[in-house]
Design a protein around this ligand. Structure first.
Ligand SMILES: [Zn+2]
Length: 288
C-alpha cells in the first residue's frame, strides 16, 4: 500500500497491469474550467441559516433530507469524528479513536452529487463519490466527476457489471474496460458495488477472491476486511437503515438503535457511542 502511494506521489502516475493511473492534478490540468459557475455562485450566497448549527424557532418542522439538514449532520460529524473518504481510511493510520468514513453512491442525478460535493468542500469535508456508468450515451458523467475531483474528493467506480452481464468472466472484463475509461477522469483507487433493485445479484461477488491490486485498487468497502467491523448507516430510499440492510447491501455492523430520521442520527453522532462509522448518503435523495 505504501509503495503504491509513493509511486503516485513521486512519479505523477503509477502503472499496474494494463493501464496507468494519472494524478488528480494532471487530469484537472487537461480539462478547462470543470467548475460549474452557476453552482459556485449559488453556494457563495447561501440562504440564512444554511450550513450552520443555528437552532431557529419552529425548526422542528424542518423537512428531512434537505441539504440544510445534511449540513447539520456534517457539522455534528466534524465536531465528533474525523471525517475521511474510503481510500484515506484504507491508507491512513487509525490512531484516532473516532473516525467517520463518508461515502456517496451516485445512482442517479450526478448534478446533485456535484452540488453535495461543493457543499462538503465549503464545510471542509473530504469524502468519496462513486459514479455509475451511464449506458444510454455510453459514458460517465464527465462534468460532474471533474467538479467532484476539483473540490478535493475521492472519485470511485459504482460498478454493476455482474448484475448486467450475469457472467463473472465477462463482467470482470467489462469492469476493467470501464475502470480504464473512468481513470481518464479521476485517479480511481476504490470501487463500491451498486445494489441493483429487483435483481438478486450481489455485484461484489464478482470481486470476491480477486486480487484488487491487479486492478490498481486499494479496496471495496463491501469486501475489504478493514470494513468488516465498521458501523454502517445508509440512507437508501430516504430512510436510514443500518448494517446488512438487504441481501445485496451487506457491509459492517448495524447500530443498535432504530434511526427514524436524520435528527436521530445526529443525536447518535453527538453521543459518540460508535467509534468507527461509515455513513453512506446518496446525493440523489437530498433536496437543495
Ligand atoms: Zn447504487
Amino acid at each position: 500500500m505504501v509503495a503504491f502511494n509513493t509511486a503516485i506521489a513521486f512519479c505523477g502516475e503509477t502503472y499496474y497491469t494494463g493501464n496507468r493511473i494519472l494524478r488528480a492534478d494532471d487530469i484537472l490540468n487537461q480539462h478547462e474550467a470543470p467548475v460549474n459557475r452557476e453552482r459556485a455562485r449559488f453556494y457563495r450566497h447561501p440562504k440564512p441559516g444554511f450550513g450552520t448549527m443555528r437552532e431557529r424557532d419552529g425548526d422542528r418542522m424542518t423537512r428531512d433530507f434537505t441539504l440544510e439538514k445534511y449540513s447539520e449532520l456534517l457539522r455534528a460529524l466534524e465536531v465528533n469524528y474525523r471525517i475521511m473518504g474510503v481510500a484515506d481510511y484504507l491508507t491512513s493510520p487509525k490512531d484516532e479513536e473516532f473516525i467517520a468514513v463518508l461515502r456517496h453512491d451516485v445512482d442517479k442525478f450526478p448534478d446533485r452529487a456535484a452540488r453535495m460535493a461543493l457543499l462538503e468542500k465549503n464545510l471542509g469535508v473530504r469524502s468519496t463519490y462513486y459514479f455509475r456508468w451511464n449506458p444510454k450515451p455510453g459514458n460517465f458523467p464527465k462534468q460532474e466527476i471533474l467538479e467532484t475531483l476539483r473540490y478535493g474528493h475521492e472519485v470511485g467506480y459504482h460498478y454493476e457489471n455482474l448484475s448486467e452481464l450475469r457472467d463473472k468472466e465477462k463482467a470482470l472484463a467489462d469492469f476493467k474496460d470501464k475502470l480504464a475509461v473512468l481513470r481518464k477522469l479521476a485517479p480511481v483507487r476504490t470501487v463500491a458495488m451498486h445494489g441493483a433493485p429487483r435483481v438478486r445479484v450481489r455485484n461484489a461477488d464478482m470481486l470476491e477472491g480477486v486480487d484488487l491490486s491487479k486492478y490498481g485498487l486499494l479496496g471495496e468497502p463491501h469486501i475489504s476486511p478493514e470494513f468488516a467491523d465498521i458501523v454502517y448507516v445508509t440512507d437508501s430510499g430516504r430512510k436510514w437503515t443500518s448494517g446488512a440492510g438487504s441481501v445485496r447491501d451487506t457491509l459492517g455492523k448495524p447500530v443498535e438503535e432504530k434511526v427514524k430520521n436524520t435528527d436521530e442520527l445526529i443525536g447518535l453522532v453527538k453521543a459518540r457511542k460508535y467509534p468507527r462509522v461509515m455513513v453512506s448518503a446518496g446525493p440523489g435523495g437530498w433536496k437543495g
